[in-house]
Design a protein around this ligand. Sequence first.
Ligand code: PEP
Ligand code: MN
Length: 341
Amino acid sequence: MIIVLAPWATADHAHKILDHVKTLGLDAHQLQDEYRMIIAVMGDEQPAIDAAFETWAGVERVMPVRQPFQLASREFKPENSFVRVGGDVVFGGDEVHIIAGPCAVENEATALAIAEAVKAHGCKLFRGGAFKPRSSPYAFQGLGEEGLRILSRVREKTGLKIVTEVLDPHDAELIAEHADMLQVGTRNMSNFSLLKTLGEIRKPVLLKRGMSSTIKEFLMAAEYILANGNPNVVLCERGIRTFENYTRFNLDISAVPAIKRLSHLPIIIDPSHATGQWRLVEPVALAGIAAGADGVMIEVHTDPQHALSDGSQALKPERLPGLIEKLRGISGILGRRASFG
Ligand code: PEP
Ligand code: MN
């Protein structure tokens, strides 16, 4: 950490701080310019102890040198992490992926029809919520366990990898038996007991950004999963709340290259929940891949007009080939390969 003393601080202030640094068993280097003294403290940063220096007389501010997230940071691990899902799908390498499927598992016939359609277009990962985090308690909450059994049968019949959301730590083990990747939704990004449980379970996790979270808070949430033993985390930028309300949320496109710089973890984008409008899904998906994302999560429904949730943002399967062709083109320009189509 760097301790910046106020211009009016005296030599006595500095000595007291240096003595305290010594009692903590840390080394310090001093730098004096014509205005003020700066003290650089070497050794492991401990945010609570470091922040306490803010209260010492003569201190103007304390600046950490390292990021608050460690295991998730590029400083800690400079090379990209690879997250393997269901055996042969790898996030974080050259390949760009599509996770496609309905918002919710509504019934077996519809889930299977959508799965067959996305598979026919070359997608390898199927999404669908069995437990749905709805803003209204009166809205369709998902089929629960029955939805999980349907997802297992979809996997058996199609070979697609299953991505589905976990809302409650108590359901995590059960969901892990049916899914290849457990999704944490935006409303649960800061549910720390859920994150700890997913750290212990060690199945790949798709962690969505909280709609009101900063990039640092997002990476700290990932840190919870990593620190509890699970290195298999894929991040998902899904839009944040801003003053703009034409779209459902605002996809923070710059979060993609920013997170690539700050972290070694793969990151995908979700243009469906970000925009809330099917017409905007394709251009925003392309922008996400152009910005360096490792994939996109897209809601697809064979009958969006009658979908039980999020029909307005679902693409019909016949829209997939056009999207896939363009995604493949952009991936190629960036020297990457599409795992679909
Ligand atoms: C979802 O992907 O089904 C979902 C509810 O997304 P989010 O948590 O981003 O709103
Ligand atoms: Mn949805």
